[in-house]
Structures are given as structure tokens and as C-alpha cells.
Design a protein around this ligand. Structure first.
Ligand SMILES: Cc1cc2nc3c(=O)[nH]c(=O)nc-3n(C[C@H](O)[C@H](O)[C@H](O)COP(=O)(O)OP(=O)(O)OC[C@H]3O[C@@H](n4cnc5c(N)ncnc54)[C@H](O)[C@@H]3O)c2cc1C
Length: 236
């Protein structure tokens, strides 16, 4: 029987099946007592909360998924073995983290493109603002950071394709790229000036949308813990 509520599930209002990690052995502490399941939308006892009202990412719906004595057939146990759900989750998370890092690079590239276009268009004191060195510094810092994050994403993805353990690299790429994207979006608002704060120019939407990258698939603090714990374990 599954009981409990998982909050903020992306696409839950549209989903036909859910993958669920749940504790199946209360005698074991930590990761060992967790199993992974497939649960179908129509399962008796499974219900959904209202669609969340979010800061951004309004095209992707999220809501709570509520389990009230949901009975799961043994055939729905992923991997067919109890207690390996956390390991399954970690494998999925490494891939997911590289994915969020790549999404952060893509969003930052688009935001920088918009900022460059605006810097060439907008005139102040008789010049395009892109001619001011303080604006150029923000463009240059953004480009350098995007380039660094892009290299990290490609390196982590190649290592994963080669079958290597990329727990540290995926966490590094996710942490750096999502934080980088937040800095690039913030600078873009600055380059747009007052227009950066107005909905009609589009930059404020990116600023809100990319804020999520630092939170989901593990917050920046959780990536820091993963990286540090791996370093300390490997040095032992
Ligand atoms: C729009 C959206 C979509 C999402 N989609 C999904 C989804 O599809 N599937 C899914 O499973 N989840 C999803 N999530 C959940 C998301 O992954 C979590 O919200 C996120 O991992 C943070 O967990 P939390 O909200 O419980 O924050 P908390 O764990 O309460 O964290 C609060 C603060 O404490 C810090 N913190 C927590 N623990 C530690 C620690 N040990 N050391 C130092 N600092 C710590 C965090 O970094 C954060 O700053 C989604 C969330 C959002 C907002």
C-alpha cells in the first residue's frame, strides 16, 4: 500500500503513469529501504491536487500527487527487486541533471542573443549602449560563462555515453550551468534597463522561468553536497 503526497510533480495533470520512489522497508534507514514503482493514473486511492500557480514555467503544469492506500501489484516494481529504488533514482537523476544543465545553456544563449540585439539597438547619450564598456563587460562575462557551462555539459554527457559514473560531473554541470543561467538572465534585465522589468520585452519572463533551474532536480545546495561527498569518499 502506498501512502503519502508528492508535491510539485511536472506534467502530473496530463500524466497517464507515474514513477514513484517509496520506502518499502521501515526497518532499514536511508537509501536501502526504498523501491521504485510504476503507478497507473486510474489506480484506486490515487488523486491529484489543484494545478499549482507558479512564478514562471507556466507552460508546464505541476500539482500534488496524493496516495491514499494505493495497492500496487508486484509486477509494477521497477527492476523486479525491492530496495533498489534509490539506486534507480540516482541513475535517472544523473541524466536529468545533465539535461537541466543543457537546458540552462540553451536558455542562456537565447537570453544573451536578445541582450546583444538590444545593446546594438538602444541608444543613450548619442550611442548604442553596446558601445559602453560597462555593458560590454556584462556581455563578455555572460558569453564566457555560457562557453564554460557548454563545455561541462558536453564533457559530462560524453563520459556518460562512455558508461562512466558521472555523479560528480553531472552535479557540477547542473550546479554551474543553472547558476550561470541565473546570472546571465539577471545581467540581461540590467542591459534592458527599465524595459527588462516590463512584460512586453520578454526578458522578465526568462528571468522568472530560469529561476527554477537552480531548484529542481536537486537544489544547488544538494549538488554541493553530492560533489563534496564524492570527493571525500574518493579520497578515503
Ligand atoms: C516547478 C517545479 C517542478 C518540479 N517537478 C518535479 C517533478 O517532476 N518530480 C519531482 O520529483 N520533483 C519535482 N519538483 C520538486 C523539486 O525537485 C524540489 O522542489 C526541489 O528538489 C527542492 O526540494 P524542496 O522543495 O523539498 O525544498 P527543501 O528540501 O525544503 O529545501 C529548502 C532549502 O533548504 C536547502 N536544503 C535542503 N536540504 C539541505 C541540506 N541537507 N543541506 C543544505 N541545504 C539543504 C535547499 O537547498 C533549499 O535551499 C518540482 C519543483 C518545482 C518547483
Amino acid at each position: 500500500m502506498l501512502n503519502g503526497t508528492k508535491r510539485y510533480i511536472t506534467n502530473a495533470p496530463e500524466a497517464g503513469i507515474f514513477t514513484v520512489m517509496a520506502r518499502t522497508d521501515s526497518t532499514k534507514k536511508g537509501a536501502d529501504g526504498i523501491s521504485a514503482f510504476i503507478v497507473e493514473r486510474g489506480a484506486p486511492g490515487l488523486s491529484l491536487g489543484n494545478i499549482d500557480k507558479k512564478m514562471g514555467q507556466k507552460g508546464a503544469h505541476t500539482c500534488d500527487v496524493i496516495f491514499d492506500n494505493v495497492r500496487i501489484p508486484a509486477s509494477n516494481l521497477i527492476g523486479g527487486v525491492e530496495g533498489i529504488g534509490f539506486k534507480t533514482a540516482m541513475k535517472v537523476l544523473d541524466k536529468g541533471r545533465i539535461n537541466i544543465a543543457a537546458a540552462s545553456v540553451g536558455a542562456a544563449e537565447r537570453i544573451l542573443r536578445d541582450a546583444i540585439r538590444y545593446a546594438k539597438e538602444r541608444k543613450q547619450f548619442g550611442k548604442a549602449i553596446g558601445e559602453f564598456q560597462l555593458i560590454q563587460a556584462m556581455l563578455a562575462d555572460s558569453h564566457a560563462e555560457i562557453y564554460a557551462a557548454r563545455c561541462m555539459v558536453l564533457d559530462a554527457a560524453r563520459r556518460r555515453d562512455d558508461g562512466l559514473n558521472v555523479s560528480t560531473e553531472a552535479a557540477c554541470a547542473k550546479m554551474f550551468a543553472s547558476e550561470m543561467c541565473g546570472r546571465v538572465a539577471d545581467r540581461a534585465v540590467q542591459i534592458f534597463g527599465g524595459a527588462g522589468y516590463l512584460a512586453e520585452y520578454g526578458i522578465e519572463r526568462f528571468y522568472r522561468d530560469v529561476r527554477l533551474f537552480r531548484l529542481f532536480e536537486g537544489t544547488t545546495q544538494i549538488q554541493q553536497l553530492v560533489i563534496a561527498q564524492n570527493l571525500l569518499r574518493d579520497a578515503a
